[in-house]
Write a protein that binds this ligand. Structure first.
Ligand code: GH3
Ligand code: MG
Length: 332
């Protein structure tokens, strides 16, 4: 919804035809898009719709629901976007004004109103909405910063631990398996040593993209540490977890990374753990199991996947054929 500039939508709810036409003519002249209704019931219906106007001029006295009642209903909503309400009233005594503002109106204008006063009050309403929009955007940016890694835009360490705890609880409640995959880039230090830290950063960003595009839409990919990534995969049995790890491994192994400095083959080693069904599983034990499996994958040659022993259901993962056939991973 556009708040700023021409084309901003304003709802007018007014049962008097002359006032309605006057308002419409003025608002259109000032560049607003007008949504016009004749009573409070219609106004309430419009305000509940998708992409409803964020600024409403409500006549106080209307049949069905009056402006005050619409205002109260609007304010009772918790999740809906804020609607700025300008109450239009023939009543002008102090008590009425207090009632109107207490019902949740942001401002009021007494009929007959002066056109330029209406224009100025609409502008101040718009300003409030703009400020509110900026606040929401700032809060969203802050939330994103607190939960995401700056370099790769993946979930960060703290956020993925929260996610893992939550998903593990859900997995237990719903008796579903939960997979975690820990992936660590092979010989990544050599990338920095050979091409420099900035190239290393570019590689990490590319790795993040490839890993993210290898998972299902409801899996979570995080940067767990420097060049270590953690994937949390809900509803993922050992076979699916190994498939997932295989896709992650292939996403790096199958295509070297293109850098301005040259083409760089890159691989990773992965440890997989599946838990959630046994009540003894907790985040710590799953992470330790995945980490131990990852350690084994590193020790047995890198660019390979190991399934954590404790959670093994299908027996040890057979060696991945391509890994055995390939030269040791790393910088050529
Ligand atoms: P291994 O196969 O045993 O995992 O070897 P490795 O070289 O990948 O592991 P090691 O722990 O020796 O080195 C990790 C390197 O990752 C060292 C560190 O400088 C680099 N690294 C960690 N975070 C960042 C980062 O944000 N940017 C860059 N460019 N490098 C990073
Ligand atoms: Mg490494």
């Amino acid at each position: 919804m556009e708040i700023d500039g021409p084309g901003m939508q304003i709802l007018i709810a007014e049962d008097d035809v002359i006032t309605r036409r006057t308002l419409e003519a003025l608002l259109v002249k000032w560049g607003y898009a007008v949504v016009m209704v004749r009573d409070g019931v219609e106004a309430w219906k419009i305000l509940q719709g998708d992409a409803a106007p964020r600024l409403a001029i409500l006549d106080w006295m209307m049949s069905g629901l009056d402006g005050l009642q619409v205002c109260r209903q609007v304010r009772q909503r918790v999740e809906a976007p804020y609607v700025y309400v300008l109450l239009l009233t023939a009543k002008g005594n102090q008590e009425d004004v207090i009632n109107g503002l207490e019902a949740g109106a942001d401002d009021y204008l007494t009929k007959p109103f002066h056109a330029l006063e209406l224009k100025a009050r609409l502008r101040s309403g718009r300003r409030i909405l703009e400020l509110q929009q900026q606040l929401i955007a700032a809060r969203e940016a802050f939330r994103l910063q607190a939960t995401h890694d700056l370099l790769t835009s993946l979930w960060n360490h703290a956020a993925i631990l929260d996610i893992l705890g939550r998903e593990l609880e859900r997995a237990r409640r719903e008796s579903n398996p939960l997979g975690v995959v820990m992936a660590d880039l092979d010989h990544f230090k050599e990338v920095n040593d050979t091409y420099g830290h900035l190239a290393g950063d570019a590689v990490l960003r590319e790795v993040a993209k490839r890993l993210s595009s290898s998972v299902r839409s409801y899996d979570y990919v995080a940067r767990y540490g420097g060049e270590e990534f953690l994937i949390v995969a809900p509803n993922c049995d050992p076979t699916s977890a190994l498939d997932l790890a295989q896709r992650l491994r292939s996403s790096l192994d199958q295509k070297p990374i293109d850098l301005p400095e040259g083409v760089l083959p890159l691989t990773c080693s992965l440890g997989v753990a599946v838990g959630g069904l046994a009540s003894k599983d907790n985040s710590d034990s799953m992470l330790r199991a995945a980490d131990a499996a990852l350690y084994r994958a590193k020790a047995s040659g890198r660019n390979r996947i190991e399934l954590a022993a404790a959670e093994m259901v299908m027996g040890k993962l057979p060696p991945i054929p391509s890994a055995a056939q390939r030269p040791a991973a790393g910088i050529p």
